[in-house]
Design a binder for this molecule. Structure first.
Ligand SMILES: [Zn+2]
Length: 207
């Protein structure tokens, strides 16, 4: 019980790590004087598990533009929680195999649905504008709406998104963009994981 309290509140779970012996991976949220911090954790005692957790935390720092605040402990430099976006960063980092170095995703992405390149412009103050090469305003608005949903962002205009903290988060936007083009599939995947997480949660808590 003491250990659970120390870990904080679990916010995301990957029941079986595809890259390391199917161990259960979890992300915990803790309070700190500098704002919320997130801990990458596993109850697995398997040799090598700690290295795997280190590599996931390292991948999260790159993919989410986060800072390492301690061993396997991450935070956003703005001090905000960005919890939903952070959960997505964790899920993407867990998909990264130990041998694959993580790279920050760019603010451009080819949209198969419209056959156009999506280009996101940073406007400053934590605001971004979604543009499509062909100038398709409704598709740009749909992608922006996907970003808002996946990142819990604000929507100052139909084709714009903004972080409430007022800080730039280019890495997060690039990461979420890849998912925002197909937001329904992403949300389905999240629900599936949550359902599986409920099934394994009791044993994962006690191990
Ligand atoms: Zn922020």
């Amino acid at each position: 019980m003491g250990q659970t309290a120390e870990l904080g509140r679990r916010v995301e779970l990957v029941p079986m790590d595809p890259h390391f012996h199917d161990i259960t991976l979890a992300l915990y949220r803790q309070a700190s004087p500098a704002g919320p911090v997130y801990l990458v954790h596993s109850y697995s005692r398997r040799p090598g598990a700690e290295d795997r957790l280190d590599s996931i935390a390292g991948a999260m720092a790159v993919l989410g533009g986060m800072e390492l605040a301690g061993p396997r402990l991450l935070r956003f430099s703005c001090g905000a929680d960005h919890e939903l976006a952070c959960r997505r960063v964790f899920l993407e980092a867990c998909k990264q195999g130990p041998g694959q170095p993580a790279a920050q995703r760019p603010l451009t992405f080819f949209d198969k649905k419209s056959s156009h390149q999506i280009e996101i412009a940073a406007l400053g103050g934590g605001e971004y504008r979604v543009g499509l090469e062909g100038g398709d305003a409704s598709r740009a608005a749909a992608v922006a709406a996907g970003l808002v949903k996946l990142g819990q962002l604000q929507a100052p205009a139909p084709d714009q998104v903004a972080f409430a903290c007022g800080q730039a988060h280019d890495a997060l936007v690039g990461l979420l963009l890849v998912r925002a083009v197909n937001v329904r599939a992403t949300l389905r995947e999240q629900e599936l994981l949550a359902a599986r997480g409920m099934l394994v949660a009791p044993s994962a808590q006690q191990q």
